[in-house]
Ligand binder design. Structure first.
Ligand code: GLN
Length: 223
């Protein structure tokens, strides 16, 4: 059905901490209001996946254990996700999903989990530094209020290429040093915000609009 928007939820069964699946539910609700049906596919372990079959990719947060379980499997999809991001298509990655876009993530247990190494960022651990609590920050779409709970500290390796998603008013965001929350590159957003983040209508509506544009482009390319 041509008016069905297709969403890929990467490892929905494993990466869905602190209500992140609510982000996808909110988007489906907003898209329904605009007249679109939605299909959400859980892309889990061992499944085939072509990012260009979709109008939107979502990657939620996860515990260190689940992150270590999926890391190897996820590598199979590196090229298609990289090409999708470079092609300006919309993607939202939360916490563990955001960490996976970078080079690596050091866990509090002393393990290093390899990331997709698509974007120039990395995530490290320092003792006694779990970042938990309410957050508030300013973005180009206005104020965002959310919740964070992570041990990883994310740093950009190329500050020209990556822009922060927001500037902190309250909480930590990427790390305790930069006063910045998340990352924007083309139409990909990474964020440490749970809650879910898309309870912030300003961000949800902006992403829903991007998904509709992406859907129209995909249909136009097919025909
Ligand atoms: N396990 C990661 C960390 O603690 C991500 C946490 C999350 O996704 N909520 O930094």
């Amino acid at each position: 059905m041509s008016d069905t928007i297709k969403i890929a939820y990467l490892y929905e069964d494993l990466m869905n901490t602190y209500g992140d699946s609510g982000d996808v539910k909110i988007l489906c609700f907003l898209l329904k209001e605009k007249g679109y049906d939605t299909q959400v596919d859980n892309i889990s372990l061992d499944m085939k996946f072509n990012a260009f079959d979709y109008d939107f990719l979502f990657f939620g947060g996860g515990q260190d254990f689940e992150q270590s379980v999926i890391a190897g499997d996820l590598r199979r999809h590196r090229e298609t996700i990289k090409d999708y991001i470079e092609d300006d298509k919309p993607m939202l990655c939360i916490c563990g999903g955001y960490q996976f876009l970078g080079k690596y993530y050091e866990t509090s247990g002393g393990k290093t989990i390899q990331g997709l190494d698509i974007l120039p960022l990395h995530t490290i651990f320092k003792a006694d530094s779990r970042m938990i609590g309410d957050t508030e920050y300013k973005t180009e779409w206005g104020t965002v209020k959310a919740f964070e709970n992570h041990s990883g500290r994310t740093y950009f390796d190329d500050k020209k290429k990556l822009k922060p998603f927001g500037v902190m008013v309250q909480g930590y965001g990427n790390n305790p040093d930069d006063k910045q929350e998340g990352m924007r590159y083309k139409n990909t957003i990474g964020s440490y915000s749970h809650g879910p983040i898309l309870k912030n209508e300003n961000v949800a509506k902006a992403i829903a609009d991007k998904i509709i544009t992406s859907h129209k482009e995909r249909l136009a390319q097919k025909n």
